[in-house]
Each structure stands twice: as structure tokens, then as C-alpha cells.
Design a protein around this ligand. Structure first.
Ligand SMILES: NC(=O)c1ccc[n+]([C@@H]2O[C@H](COP(=O)([O-])OP(=O)(O)OC[C@H]3O[C@@H](n4cnc5c(N)ncnc54)[C@H](OP(=O)(O)O)[C@@H]3O)[C@@H](O)[C@H]2O)c1
Length: 281
């Protein structure tokens, strides 16, 4: 698996496996078996997905060597204090039966719709992550769903800036200003919902392009993301699709097709705006 180098020099695979909505340990074991055989190493989970124990069982059943695994986990919103963030991470490590995480990310920035002190909440959670890194519990730290203004505010108190920002990113939805900002600040963008939750795969234009390359619409999305130097973590429970999604390193998109994909209108995805969240933010 090809890798990107993070600002700190840590290599991170260009493609990983998303695990949102995967719960069953036996099924996860089958999926991971196929994935590791196909060369994947990065697993993306979150305490909110409720699957850390199942993932741990799968990793142990398959006896995946620790140095062949890039395990990425996330801090849920209830743990965004300095102490709380550290406790939450240690709880996740216990469930995963691991000594350290490769990456630990703040899952959501505090929503201004729910918290007048959102900047302070984000800063405290971040201080907790910095401490976890200093203490050796995580190799690198990052955020999810942060926009430019969240990152700019964080800069005021952070000892170090995030190395990763996992955001919704796929044809039909890619925040260009945020991508440019993160490139300038050396923060690697990870595409969550890189297939727009599967919704965008029916898009006619995407399908026409895919046909011309003899590729699937999913492969076109993932290649487009790769060519934007973004890391993608597609989720699939279909064993053939695990291999299919991996086969994106043997072709490239023309400039013309890239422009067409850049300009696709919104055609599906998660569609949650971190500043507008009123339920879980
Ligand atoms: N940080 C965050 O806030 C956040 C938010 C959302 C997601 N994420 C992460 O990003 C990961 C991926 O996002 P996602 O789960 O929202 O959706 P996604 O990966 O964009 O799309 C998954 C959907 O696409 C289908 N699919 C996968 N590969 C396919 C292929 N080759 N051909 C046709 N259909 C295909 C899957 O169905 P089958 O399973 O049936 O193949 C599933 O319905 C998540 O699992 C999670 O780890 C993070």
C-alpha cells in the first residue's frame, strides 16, 4: 500500500477501511481477512461506532502484526475535556487491547448551536490529545469535521496543530477552501464517506466516466480523491468490493474528466454541517 508522509514524518496509507455500522465480530474478521490480504493496513473506527471490541477480536483472530496495522480511533463528544479525553482514549485502548493508537482524532468540533464556549471545548479536548501523544498512547493526533475557522481558533492555544482532518469529501462535495488551507498548513485531509455513503454511485455522469475507463463508479471516486492527495476510507461489507476499491493505483484521470468530477452537483452523502449540529454536537 502506498503511503503519504505526515508532517512529523509518520507514513500513513493512502487508502483504508471505514467501519461505521459494522458491528459483528465474525463478519468484521472476514472483511479484515480480505482487506489485509489485499494490502490494506489502515482501519478507521470511533468509540461512537460501538465496534472496538469486535475489531479487537478480529485483529487477534487474524493475528495481524502490530507493525502491519494503522489503527485510527476517535474521541466522542462526551469526552471533550482535558482529563476526559485522556480517559476516553485509554478506555478505547483497553477495548481494542492495544498499547497505542496510530492516530486519535476529535470526532466533531463543539457546535456553536449548543455551546457558546465551543472554542474553549475544542482547545481543552486538543490539549488532552497532545498529552496522550506526549505520553506515548498515540503516535499522531488529528481532528474530524473541522472547518478553517475551527482550525484557526485552535492555533491560538495548540502546542502543535493536527496532522489529520477527516471530513466529508467526494465528487459533489469537496470544500476547496478547506482543502487548500490544510495543504498550506500541512494537515492531511482524509475523505470520510468517500463514496458519498454509496448514494452518489448512481450518478449518470460518474457512470459514463467509469465506463470509459473500464472502472466502477466507486473506483473513479477513490481515484479522484487520491489525485487530490486525500486519503480515503471507503466502507464495504462486500468482500469483492474490498479488492475492487483497492484497485485504483493503476490508472489516472484526464484533466477534462477531473474538471467534470470537480463540478458535479451535490448528489448524496452525509451532509452534516458541524456548525449547524443541534443533536449530538
Ligand atoms: N469522522 C466522521 O464524522 C465520519 C463520518 C462518516 C464516515 N466516517 C468514516 O468514513 C467511512 C466511510 O464512510 P461511509 O461509511 O459513510 O460511506 P462510504 O464509504 O462513502 O460508502 C459506503 C457505502 O458504499 C457501498 N460501497 C462500498 N464500496 C462500493 C463499491 N465498490 N461499489 C458499490 N458500492 C460500494 C457500501 O455498501 P456495501 O457495504 O454493501 O458494500 C456502503 O453502502 C466510515 O465507515 C467511517 O469509518 C467518518
Amino acid at each position: 500500500m502506498e503511503t503519504y508522509n505526515l508532517r512529523s514524518g509518520i507514513p500513513i496509507p493512502k487508502l483504508g477501511i471505514g467501519t461505521w455500522q459494522m458491528k459483528d465480530a465474525e463478519r468484521i474478521t472476514e472483511i479484515f481477512r480480505q482487506a489485509f490480504e489485499a494490502g490494506y493496513q489502515l482501519i478507521d473506527t470511533a468509540s461512537a461506532y460501538g465496534n472496538e471490541i469486535a475489531i479487537s477480536k478480529a485483529l487477534r483472530a487474524l493475528a495481524i502484526p502490530r507493525d502491519k496495522l494503522f489503527l485510527q480511533d476517535k474521541l466522542w463528544n462526551s469526552g471533550r475535556g482535558y482529563q476526559e479525553a485522556q480517559e476516553a482514549c485509554k478506555k478505547s485502548l483497553k477495548k481494542l487491547k492495544l498499547d497505542f493508537l496510530d492516530a486519535y482524532l476529535i470526532h466533531w468540533p463543539a457546535s456553536p448551536k449548543l455551546h457558546t464556549n465551543w472554542e474553549e471545548i475544542n482547545a481543552e479536548a486538543w490539549r488532552g490529545l497532545e498529552k496522550l501523544k506526549a505520553d506515548g498512547y498515540v503516535r499522531t493526533i488529528g481532528v474530524c469535521n473541522f472547518k478553517v475557522h475551527h482550525l484557526e481558533k485552535l492555533k491560538k492555544s495548540a502546542k502543535e496543530m493536527p496532522e489529520l482532518n477527516q471530513i466529508e469529501f467526494h465528487p459533489g462535495f469537496w470544500p476547496k477552501e478547506l482543502l487548500d488551507y490544510c495543504k498550506k498548513e500541512n494537515i492531511r485531509i482524509e475523505a470520510s464517506s468517500p463514496l458519498g455513503n454509496g448514494d452518489i454511485l448512481q450518478d449518470t455522469v460518474l457512470n459514463e466516466i467509469a465506463k470509459r475507463y473500464n472502472k466502477t463508479p466507486a473506483q473513479i471516486c477513490l481515484r479522484w480523491e487520491l489525485e487530490k492527495e486525500v486519503l480515503a476510507i471507503p466502507k464495504t461489507e462486500n468482500l469483492d468490493r474490498i479488492t475492487q476499491n483497492r484497485n485504483i493505483f493503476d490508472f489516472s484521470l484526464t484533466k477534462e474528466d477531473t474538471i467534470v468530477l470537480n463540478e458535479l452537483p451535490y448528489c448524496g452523502g452525509l451532509g452534516i454541517d458541524a456548525d449547524e449540529v443541534t443533536e449530538f454536537g
